[in-house]
Design a protein around this ligand. Structure first.
Ligand SMILES: [Zn+2]
Length: 157
């Protein structure tokens, strides 16, 4: 429906769209009323903006570390020497950098073990032992390898 105002009596008239561009008679006063041909919404609607992708949800908050004894027994967070020794010992498997990791693993493992002996509640004995064993083993392996290479280079120039 098109809303037209009568120029004579200013009555608001509702005219069906099919009378657009024509003239009709005002229902209240009988005056001639011209119905506008083009009504505003005849223009095509502006193109819709591209749909905005939904906002990326922030990554899930990191899982809260379980508080309590169970987790501490597995990860000796209170014995950082033992924990570091453990990881250094494991990564001393890697050739080339292994020797650089195995020696501190051995040292930190010994420190972690003595820390455990003073503070048994801090846990980390197993981690410290892994650091000592892996660190000691790979200190020997990689150290021996380096020594052999040096000796071999010295003996066979
Ligand atoms: Zn009128």
């Amino acid at each position: 429906m098109i809303e037209v105002e009568c120029p004579n009596c200013h009555a608001k008239l509702k005219v069906p769209e099919q009378y657009a561009g024509r003239t009709g008679k005002c229902r209240s006063c009988g005056a001639e009323v011209s119905v506008p041909a083009a009504v505003a919404p005849a223009t095509p609607a502006p193109p819709m903006p591209p749909p905005v992708p939904p906002p990326a949800y922030p990554p899930y908050p990191p899982a809260r570390p379980a508080s309590g004894g169970g987790m501490d027994a597995l990860i000796p967070t209170k014995n950082p020497c033992a924990l570091t020794a453990y990881y250094l010992g494991v990564f001393s498997l890697i050739p080339c950098i292994g020797l650089a990791l195995a020696i501190p693993a051995l040292i930190l493992g010994i420190k972690g073990l003595s820390f455990y002996n003073q503070h048994p509640e801090a846990k980390g004995k197993a981690h410290a032992l892994v650091g000592i064993i892996m660190g000691g083993l790979f200190t020997l392996i990689w150290g021996g390898l380096v020594l052999m290479m040096v000796l071999s280079a010295a003996l066979h120039p």
